[in-house]
Design a binder for this molecule. Sequence first.
Ligand SMILES: [Zn+2]
Length: 298
Amino acid sequence: MPQCQAALAHLRWPQGFVCPGCQGREHSRYDREGRCYWQCCACRRQTSLTAGTVFDASKLPLTVWFLAAHLLTQTKTGMSALQLMSDLGVSYRSAWLVKHKLMQVMADQEHSRKLDTLVQIDDVFIGGERMGCGGGRGAPNKAWVVAAVQASAKGKSVLVRLDVVPNWTKLTMASWAVRALAAGTHVVSDGLAGFAAIKDAGFTQEVIVHGRGKAGAQHPRLLAVNTTLGNFKTWIASTFKGFKLSHYTQRYLAEYQYRFNRRFDLRAIMVGLINDASRTKPFRESTLRLPMAAEIPT
Ligand SMILES: [Zn+2]
């Protein structure tokens, strides 16, 4: 069996093949048109290596998927579909689909992440200045994002969570807090009015009142989030050039979040992504292309 197929088979069935129909283990294996199939001896069901996974219904060989997973996870800034197209030697549509399918796998993995203990939060307005300055609600190529960083006792960034929100009302922020924070979390934020709702949602909160700009960025109680946001904004500037930011922003943020939260083990992250994709059901192209709404209800 070629290397990528053997690797995927091992990830899917670490203890050996298990029939998805009857859980039987007795099987025979055969190749057809370069693809591996398993046939269950008990119920005769045939299973391809990629059946029921994100790699299903793709004409691209697994080697291309593995290379894409490598390129998306090993570079600090990720990779555009255009770059992927040339590096993988596939059409733009194929590159876009591979990228967005793998990004959606990352999004699904990060969706339920809860930050805990000590969390610093800040508001980010992508595509312009803070609310009121330019653009406006629903303007294209603009998005409001809650950036939350779990900090260590020494103030270092541990984990990040990035969520597109429709506005900064108290209702929105209370919903966000319940979704993003574990019970008992202590939150540090600036004095943005909506952030006050975090306390009402049952968390302890420390409000740092400071001016915008340099003084705020250097405040020691908000240093982890501001350091992380510095890198995040650099990434945004290079990533969000010339594409429909508002449509898929949350998926792009999830890609950043997924990589950031696994940054200490770069070797494991690519295999981890392949493993996550092998445990995720296939996505339809039409679903992936739907504009994504902010998930936090208002
Ligand atoms: Zn079976």
